[in-house]
Design a binder for this molecule. Structure first.
Ligand code: P71
Length: 459
């Protein structure tokens, strides 16, 4: 039998950034002044920052060198052509429109494809994606498999679509009311869960029959491809790069937040195969982002992105990236802490319903838990529950999602295994004193994406 080999980082550390520990008393005051919202903390008051993996990863020496190769011409920067060539070769899409980040691409795509009264099915919602669909006059419809809404269900591809849900919707509203299907790799709100290629192929067949395009939210496609390589029959011998290419080839276009997989601090794009949609997107980007060869980015940003895309597809890289997240997840499971299973690819998601069963959802258990973890250790996490889900547009009441989660998101190439241990120990300490924790009330609520700026007080 082959001896099990541990994963390890395929790099060594060349530059470090100091982080500072504060006292518990200091943190109690800091989180109170931030309205018990981790988005409102100053980053200097954070010890280990697990708010997000978005724009927080460490660039490689190659990417930093790429910054020096920026061609900052207003039009036709060589870095744009490098990016375009990389997207074609790695992701298969023919036409690329750069944007400042993912939501910039979502905005343009939604405005072009969605008409008032349309329906956009997706494998679970994402906050910004859904908002742009709604602002364009559409309605999001969840067609993810039921398993995705159950944090304890061990199904390996909880990002799969339920084709019966889609067929039912097509039967009710007609294919002409569905401008496209939105498919995310991986599904963030489900806890970083992948979709299988088998399911995507079946979806492709069904949508082709009805003439409905598939738009791919490819924000974490490399992580999804890694899970396919590990767990889907027939893909064990395929490289992550090959699997990524195959996923993209099954879809008609994509929106991308390059701040995740591709390890840049800012950037994104819209990519399509249809020249007519490309033409419209290229025209619209000049209104909201910038000229179609920079779309809100500097030339150097596009260069770092082109390099980051290739790095994100290396098997060694992705094995270590996901390996670190799995290490933290398994450690917490061994401690008996309730988390979403299977462990996701970009973070460990605490199940706040089970962690704080005495706090009802209208008292924001996940928001409360994120604040308590910060108080314990200065580890910053993010609420992904009732606050993130917003309000029902018709009734005005909160949306109450089944998943009431706190996300401990791991930036790429930033923290060490010792950091993972400190994080797990902190969550364990909070778990031990869970009975003494009380909920929150919301005292300020912004109109859009309320989780970013909402304020709370202790009950
Ligand atoms: C994450 C983010 C950043 C974020 C966005 C909204 C609320 C809190 C944090 C951004 C994504 C994403 C997916 C699947 C589109 C975007 C938007 N994620 N799709 O997870 O995960 O991209 O932030 O570049 O505009 O912390 P953008």
């Amino acid at each position: 039998m082959e001896k099990k080999r541990s994963w390890a980082e395929p790099y060594k550390i060349k530059m470090v950034e100091p982080v500072f520990m504060t006292t518990e008393e200091y943190r109690r005051k800091a989180i109170e002044e931030s309205g018990y919202n981790t988005f409102l903390l100053r980053s200097e008051d954070v010890y280990i920052d697990l708010l997000t993996d978005s724009g927080t990863s460490a660039m490689s020496d190659r990417q930093w060198a790429g910054l020096m190769m920026g061609d900052e011409a207003y039009a036709g920067s060589r870095n744009f052509y490098h990016l375009e060539e990389t997207v074609r070769e790695c992701y298969s899409y023919k036409y690329v429109v750069p944007t400042h980040q993912g939501r910039g691409a979502e905005h343009i795509l939604s405005r072009i494809l969605i008409k008032q009264g349309d329906f956009i099915p997706g494998n679970m919602y994402f906050t910004t994606t859904k908002l742009h669909q709604e602002l364009a006059g559409g309605k999001f419809v969840d067609i993810v498999v039921d398993e995705a809404h159950d944090p304890d269900n061990l199904y390996k591809f909880k990002g799969d679509t339920d084709l019966r849900k889609l067929e039912k919707l097509i039967g009710e509203v007609g294919a002409d009311k569905i401008p496209y299907i939105s498919i995310a790799t991986t599904v963030n709100m489900a806890g970083g869960q992948p979709i299988s290629l088998g399911n995507l192929k079946a979806l492709r067949k069904l949508t082709t029959k009805h003439g409905i395009p598939i738009v791919h939210d490819m924000t974490r496609v490399a992580e999804n491809a890694f899970m396919i390589q590990q767990n889907e029959e027939g893909y064990h011998d395929r490289s992550v790069a090959e699997i990524v290419y195959e996923i993209c080839s099954l879809t008609d276009g994509s929106t991308m937040s390059s701040k995740k997989d591709a390890m840049v601090n800012i950037g994104g794009f819209l990519a399509v195969n249809d020249p007519v949609i490309f033409d419209k997107a290229r025209n619209m980007v000049v209104i909201y982002e910038g000229l179609h060869t920079y779309g809100g980015l500097a030339g150097r940003d596009m260069e770092a992105l082109a390099i980051g895309i290739r790095e994100s597809l290396q098997d060694d890289h992705i094995r270590a990236r996901v390996g670190q997240v799995m290490y933290l997840g398994e450690k917490m499971m061994n401690m008996g802490i309730p988390i979403v299973k299977p462990v996701g690819t970009h973070g460990v998601f605490l199940n706040a319903r089970k962690f704080l069963p005495h706090i009802t959802q209208d008292k924001f258990p996940a928001q409360t838990l994120a604040a308590e973890i910060y108080i314990d250790s200065g580890v910053r996490s993010m609420e992904r529950g009732v606050v993130s889900a917003g309000r029902n547009k018709e009734t005005g009441d909160h949306n109450y999602p089944n998943l009431e989660l706190v996300r401990l998101t791991i930036p790429r190439r930033v923290y060490t295994q010792a950091h993972m241990d400190v994080i797990a120990e902190s969550v364990q300490r909070v778990y031990e004193r869970r009975d003494s924790i009380r909920g929150l009330k919301m005292v300020y609520e912004p109109e859009y994406l309320r989780f970013f700026q909402a304020r709370f007080e202790k009950l």
